[in-house]
Ligand binder design. Structure first.
Ligand code: SAM
Length: 269
């Protein structure tokens, strides 16, 4: 998968993509990242990419011309093949795991990083196909947001994570088919096939005791069925306490519903 990033700060990305998942995804040939300097698409001596807002007000706005030229240049290199052009923007649709999964289905995605007061609205109107926000807060630029999006997509690409780190088992991910009882799926009108996932269960590693803090006994028991049930219960409990709205989207079987009822009655999980 190729990401084309259009930015006024190309050196911002100098080391970001040299680590961890980015590095691995590039090494296995699943990810290519091309960083384009927006100033290369200007034609004045000062390589101007911004201007004052019409109507007055503070700050500067990224001009439309260099952005249109930059995206057209990418198009020229792609033949006729269309690809999403994403504007990182606090006004965009909220970035979530399912958006990462959706982007991972494309061969190529272009990303425009805004700066200053933002980007001339005509770019959103006529150039981009999608606007993505990484959260309800305002950053100074789209570069960090682009890196967030690319990392979460890169770890979904085939062969990037080892078998031991399956993204299917994580918070927000689609549960595997084996996790669901078909009658539980059928009983819920309008449920998406598989539903969305719960928050992940708590993880522990050695030592079994540290500063008086112990690992739950069941995880040391070697009883795989008990461990599976405990993890499922903990996932439901954590989701119920921290992100109860996620439970609306999850397909729960009878055992799960009993866990929820216990939680609602205030019984220890
Ligand atoms: N004036 C804009 C507004 O209020 O919506 C904010 C502009 S912001 C200071 C500059 C740039 O940072 C934006 O054009 C966008 O590319 C990026 N940015 C800021 N917050 C973001 C967020 N939550 N998600 C994605 N990109 C963001």
């Amino acid at each position: 998968m190729t990401f084309d990033i259009i930015t006024i700060f190309p050196s911002f990305f100098a080391s970001v993509f040299e680590h961890g998942v980015f590095k691995r995804a590039r090494a296995v040939g699943q990810l290519e990242i091309r960083v384009h300097d927006l100033r290369d698409f200007t034609d004045d001596r000062h390589r101007t990419v911004d201007d004052r807002p019409f109507g007055g007000g503070p700050g500067m706005v990224l001009k439309p011309e260099p952005l249109f030229l930059a995206v057209e240049d990418l198009n020229a290199g792609s033949g006729a093949k269309a690809f999403p052009v994403v504007l990182l923007s606090p006004q965009g649709r909220l970035f979530r795991q399912e958006v990462a999964e959706e982007l991972a289905g494309h061969d190529r995605v272009a990303m425009i990083c805004g700066r200053y007061e933002g980007v001339d609205e005509r770019v959103a109107q006529a150039l981009v196909t999608d606007e993505i926000s990484i959260g309800d807060y305002v950053l100074a630029g789209g570069e960090l947001a682009a890196a967030v999006v690319i990392e979460s997509v890169a770890r979904l690409l085939p062969g990037v994570l080892g078998n031991e780190e399956s993204p299917r088992q994580e918070s927000f991910s689609l549960p595997s088919g084996a996790d669901l009882k078909p009658e539980a799926v059928a009983a819920i009108p309008g449920a998406p096939p598989g539903g969305r996932g719960l928050l992940d269960f708590p993880q522990y590693t050695r030592p079994p005791e540290y500063r008086g803090l112990t690992v739950p006994e069941v995880l040391l028991s070697g009883n795989h069925e008990e461990i599976r049930r405990w993890r499922r219960r903990e996932s439901i409990a954590k989701t119920w306490r921290r992100r109860p709205e996620l439970l609306q989207q999850v397909v729960l079987d009878q055992d799960d519903l009993e866990v929820l009822e216990d939680l609602q009655r205030g019984e220890p999980d």
